[in-house]
Ligand binder design. Sequence first.
Ligand code: KG4
Ligand code: ZN
Length: 334
Amino acid sequence: MLVLGIETSCDETSAGVVDMQGPAVLSNVIASQNAVHEKFGGVVPELASRQHLGAIVPVIRQALKAAGAGLDRISGIAVTAGPGLAGSLLVGLETAKAMAYASGKPWIGVNHLEGHLFAAFLLDPAPEFPYLGLVVSGGHTSLYALDSALEHRLLASTRDDAAGEAYDKVAKICGLGYPGGPALDRAAGAHAGPAVSFPRAAMKDGSLDFSFSGLKTAVLVHVAGQRRAGLEPDMVSVAAGFQEAATEALIAKTMKAAAQEGLTRIVLGGGVAANSRLRSELPRRARERRLEVFIPPLDLCADNGAMIAYAGGLRLARGESSGWELGVDPGWRY
Ligand code: KG4
Ligand code: ZN
């Protein structure tokens, strides 16, 4: 069964084709809008939806072509219905509906977070249920217990900034470039010697929830303090210090959640799962406790159509589909 997946929740226009047998990614085309948003230092929603409008048809055509499959061979269409930017989501959703209407094929609106949590199934070997899922992206930082493809429980989320949001803001404070997350990761990776030490957030109530705004403020205070003292802050060592503290917070909470829930498999997803320190440190720390870690390759961590195709494909295979009344849900919780 071949499924076409469409993703336009933020600033990537993406379409992918997944063969649910295997499963196998037959294509995964991602058109980035970085060049458009760069001069504003962040995603401008109106520009994002306009870019999606221009890119969506060519991206879908390219995804079908690269998969060597015409629309006639596609069994169903999956599309991100939320959460995300309303105008951006609309472009993907209405395109999917139009294609489904014209072709008579079933379609399904998919939760973006379910896409990130299931992307690791496109790995070989794939994880097995149950597992602990960590979604780390620009909009979310959440831990889930996934008991089966049908059952998940939210264990923790962020009380303020998402991890990716904190990366982007700190990269901006440090003047490291756009997009901030990858730029900060590169700067931190190039750093040798001691990094600036920043506090690790601890929840007073012992909760598994995350918090990144205190760390972001600590960076701001450090940089301002240096400048007041007439010193030019060493941004690379600031970046390395932030990266250490942020990834430590993610890893420590993940380890704690795995122990509390008695889960032995950890699955990572979302844009921040591309982070080099997280990719190396989390498996190292997990090995010490005999836990298995599954991290998708980079193009399946960032927003992409293939993960939506797979997550939607599971639902279509169970006989689920969406009706014409389904609209976008920018605040859709998972
Ligand atoms: O999942 P994603 O592509 O979009 C959302 O659903 O939000 O995640 C984007 C986020 C951005 O905040 C970006 O800066 C961050 O992922 N990111 C990274 C890295 N690559 C992307 N953060 C840290 N290190 C990276 N290498
Ligand atoms: Zn995402």
